[in-house]
Design a protein. Structure first.
Length: 262
């Protein structure tokens, strides 16, 4: 039992360390140097892996530790590495986001039910269709993407990429559907990533930015909650597609390493 617990703790510590590197070093922020408005990162992927492999409790712990340690690591690295954005003041809201990644992934993969792959398959097609519709709409209505730090061309480029990715996701869902179950990534994974994105990026993060972060540290609220949503909706297919492509492979590698001697 002690050996098993030690192995779990060691495995989680390794994944948290990798997650901090992915979140704080291997990331893209726009505008450059901003850690708040528009950010592409794979930092949460290790928290998801912990939740899937070890359950929601360990997933929550991993999210908590990674976010707090990551804040101090990013603060230090931003002094020496120009591409690492300074996180500014510590805010507990983003820690809640990280904890939710471990909790929800752990809960969804803790139990299975009959015909779940078929159900998640249908949900994945619906989700990719909605994302495609949203990205097409914003592509032809870039003025609805209220982001002062983006030019009209920037908005159309991001919406165009999002549209292409959403279309690709629809095609990939169809290709996966035609494959045998054992040779395709679980549709549950796409559903999980979408739910996580909606809860954390579309709902919670704009709340943290507007009503808590800016409201606490500034006497002026520069943006509204609704103004932050369009660019995040446009960004959604890109994030989900990247995570969907990387997560199954990293999960497979993690399983082979973590459980090699079991």
């Amino acid at each position: 039992m002690k050996k098993s617990k030690l192995r779990i703790i060691t495995s989680i510590a390794m994944l948290v360390a990798i997650g901090i590197i992915l979140a704080e070093v291997v990331q893209i922020s726009y505008p450059p140097g901003s850690a708040t408005f528009l950010r592409f990162s794979l930092g949460y992927i290790t928290i998801i892996i912990v939740g899937i492999l070890y359950g929601p409790i360990y997933g929550m712990i991993a999210g908590l530790i990674q976010d707090i340690l990551g804040f101090y690591v990013a603060t230090l690295l931003s002094l020496f590495l120009p591409w690492v954005a300074s996180p500014g003041a510590f805010f507990i809201g983003y820690t809640v986001n990280a904890v939710l990644y471990g909790l929800i992934s752990g809960l969804l993969f803790k139990k299975t039910f009959k015909n779940e792959d078929h159900i998640y398959c249908v949900l994945s097609f619906v989700i990719s269709g909605v994302m495609l519709f949203a990205s097409v709409w914003f592509f032809f209505n870039p003025d609805q993407v209220r982001a002062s730090y983006l030019t009209a061309t920037d908005k159309q480029i991001i919406a165009g990429i999002s549209m292409a990715v959403a279309l690709l996701m629809s095609v990939m869902n169809f290709i996966y559907y035609k494959k045998p179950v054992e040779k395709r990534p679980p549709f549950k994974m796409v559903f999980m990533l979408t739910i996580l994105y909606i809860i954390t990026s579309l709902i919670l993060t704009p709340i943290w930015i507007v009503y808590f972060y800016m409201g606490y540290f500034s006497s002026v609220t520069y943006v509204s909650f609704w103004a932050l949503l369009p660019i995040r909706i446009v960004k959604m297919p890109i994030d989900i597609a990247i995570y969907s492509a990387v997560l199954p492979r990293l999960l497979k590698v993690s399983k082979s390493v973590m459980f090699a001697e079991e």
